[in-house]
Design a protein around this ligand. Structure first.
Ligand code: MF3
Ligand code: CO
Ligand code: CO
Length: 350
């Protein structure tokens, strides 16, 4: 998701050796982790030989870490995609879903998040796509795995998943010039505690409510109030520091989709708009700390947090998920038990 103002540009680091390296190691050792999860070793960043993918499926930042294009300065200026771009986004969205399904199916006790990352990475490449997170502003892996109190941007590492953990797996792919972005929760093992179950159900339902609100003419700023009202009535909080975002040839662009009550001038929905809604909901405080790795955002109080995400397309008479589940995809218990929509959500139309 988007950092509230703009994605923080990484400042130059001193690297793994020398004083800077020693300092960052010290920071890691003395860092006060807020909950049960701590940083584990990471394997080196994957490199993709350019010959492996068509040039149209390699994003501008793959080698530089810096995206070439920036969002329009005026927050209400939102690109309308033409038919051809929408076709490409449908294909990217379907593939993102496929990679999420394949990665998610591997989530089991004892499996490391790095193994999940390898599976997602491979599924992308086998289907002619680039895993969008890889080297995006320097991100070291191909997807995000956010466990328990980790809100978002968890880096896959050597920690083995434990029964009862709750994991958000966030997959984005870049194919034929466009991105598709989605995420979902997974329970590790047979079950998790009732408090975590309620957290996941409330997060899923507020997300559905927000997506079902979407129609041409509606304001992006009204999404946040729907989410905040729903979760606060049930004793949960909604993260303010990270947002949903416009998406297309650029990973994060206008509109900025806030998940809390606001009146920002972030534009109105029009047919051809593509964007994400990806609320992060917390059992305790919505405030976060960032780990020394400069990516992982965890709740300040160590309380658990959950998130879901779709890439959405505004159509003439409604809204459709480009990353929606297909017939045969795994249906989770929160989808069966939802009080907003039961079963696979395939959009909302007049
Ligand atoms: N997929 C995330 C989102 O929903 C973004 C991840 S960017 C990364 O917007 F660099 F952290 F991987
Ligand atoms: Co996103
Ligand atoms: Co995402």
């Amino acid at each position: 998701m988007n950092k509230k103002k703009s994605i923080k540009k990484k400042t130059t680091t001193t690297g793994a050796t020398g004083f800077g390296g020693a300092l960052s190691k010290l920071k890691e050792k003395t860092f006060d982790y807020t909950g049960t999860i701590t940083a584990h070793p990471q394997t080196p960043q994957q490199t993709i030989p350019p010959s492996l993918l068509p040039p149209t499926s390699i994003p501008s930042y793959a080698s530089t870490s810096i995206p070439a294009a920036t969002p329009p300065v005026l927050p209400w200026v939102i690109e309308r995609k033409d038919k051809e771009t929408i076709l490409k986004m449908e294909r990217a969205g379907k593939l993102a879903r496929q990679c999420l399904e394949v990665g998610g199916a591997a989530i089991k006790p004892g499996v490391t998040t790095e193994e999940i990352d390898r599976i997602v990475h491979q599924e992308c490449l086998s289907n002619g796509a680039y895993p969008s997170p890889l080297n995006y502003h320097g991100f070291p892996k191909s997807c995000c795995t956010s466990v328990n109190e980790v809100i978002c941007h968890g880096i896959p590492d050597a920690r083995p998943l434990q029964s009862g953990d709750i994991v958000n797996l966030d997959v984005t792919v870049f194919k034929d010039g466009v991105h598709g972005d989605c995420s979902e929760m997974f329970v590790v093992g047979e079950e998790t505690d009732t408090a975590s179950q309620e957290l996941i159900q409330v997060t899923y339902d507020c997300w559905l409510k927000a997506m079902e609100f979407c129609r041409p003419g509606r304001a992006y700023s009204d999404i946040g109030g729907i989410i905040e009202e729903y979760v606060s009535a049930r004793g949960f909080s909604t993260v303010r520091a990270f947002c949903g975002h416009g998406i297309g040839s650029v990973f994060h662009t206008n509109p900025n989709v806030l998940h809390y009550k606001n009146s920002e001038p972030n534009g109105k929905m029009e047919p051809g708009h593509t964007f994400t809604i990806e609320p992060m909901i917390c059992a305790g405080t919505q405030k976060h700390v960032t780990w020394p790795d400069k990516w992982t955002a965890a709740t300040k109080d160590g309380g658990r947090t959950a998130q879901f995400e779709h890439t959405l397309l505004i159509e003439e008479n409604g809204v459709r998920p480009l990353t929606g589940k297909r017939e045969g995809d795994r249906v989770q218990w929160w989808e069966e038990r939802s009080e907003v929509h039961k079963g696979i959500w395939t959009g909302s139309f007049d």
